[in-house]
Design a protein around this ligand. Structure first.
Ligand code: GTB
Length: 216
């Protein structure tokens, strides 16, 4: 039996692949694991059946036999540990790749999400004009540091890994904000990730959901 993941029935990103099911789809495509997708409305995400899988009523989840997981990071790590292709064999290199997954999720993603959420939700608030430059500075600090570490390398630590997969999906959250463009090496890094055939398949699949929902 193939694993089943959950995703938005109608994604607010309008098929841009910015919701967190994208990183799980991409990981599954990288390792060549076929999967099923159960699409959920916002209402269904808060119903008991889904809350039993995800205590916070969100997507994505992952079910495989009697294993049920939530949290995109935990799901991608599980996929990477169960299948070859996303983590190096060498124990130290493997630990470093996992470190980059955590860095993406707990050091780089939070300021990017806070910046993006403020842009959407606080634009009409009296504090917006003063706060937004501060949030943007925090994002730039992380991008400065990350681009310094990446240097001229293709990926963060040797061959492409789950750490890069996670970092690329996190950096993509800046699309359209006009921030990443000041970092040519990071923009090229994201583009390299997006050029991977597994990424392309995952992106096309999530876009097809949005296209079908809009035409139906
Ligand atoms: N830490 C969790 C994880 O990594 O899995 C966070 C999961 C999460 O935030 N899920 C979101 C969700 O279910 C969807 S991805 N939200 C519904 C809810 O909380 O009720 C976040 C997301 C949503 C929309 C866009 N977008 O429109 O661009 C991008 C990302």
């Amino acid at each position: 039996m193939s694993p089943t993941i959950t995703a938005f029935k109608t994604s607010p990103d309008r098929g841009r692949g910015l919701a967190r099911d994208m990183r799980v789809r991409w990981a599954l495509e990288e390792v060549g694991q076929p999967y099923e997708v159960r699409l959920l409305s916002f209402g269904e995400m808060k119903e008991p059946a889904h809350l039993a899988l995800h205590p916070f009523g969100q997507i994505p989840t992952y079910e495989d036999g009697d294993l049920a997981l939530f949290e995109s990071g935990a799901i991608v790590l599980h996929i990477a540990q169960r299948h070859a292709g996303l983590l190096p064999d060498d124990a130290n290199a493997r630990a470093r790749a996992i470190t980059w997954m955590f860095a993406a999720l707990s050091t780089v993603e939070p300021p990017i999400v806070e910046y993006g959420m403020a842009t959407i939700l606080e634009r009409d608030k009296p504090w917006y004009a003063a706060r937004q430059p501060m949030l943007e500075d925090r994002v730039r600090t992380r991008l400065d540091e990350l681009s310094r570490r990446l240097g001229d390398a293709e990926w963060l630590d040797g061959a492409f890994s789950a750490g890069d997969l996670m970092m690329v999906t996190v950096l993509r959250r800046l699309e359209g904000a006009g921030v990443l463009e000041a970092y040519p090496s990071l923009s090229a890094y994201v583009a390299r990730g997006q050029a991977r055939p597994a990424y392309q398949r995952a992106f096309a699949d999530q876009l097809a959901v949005f296209t079908a929902a809009s035409s139906g």
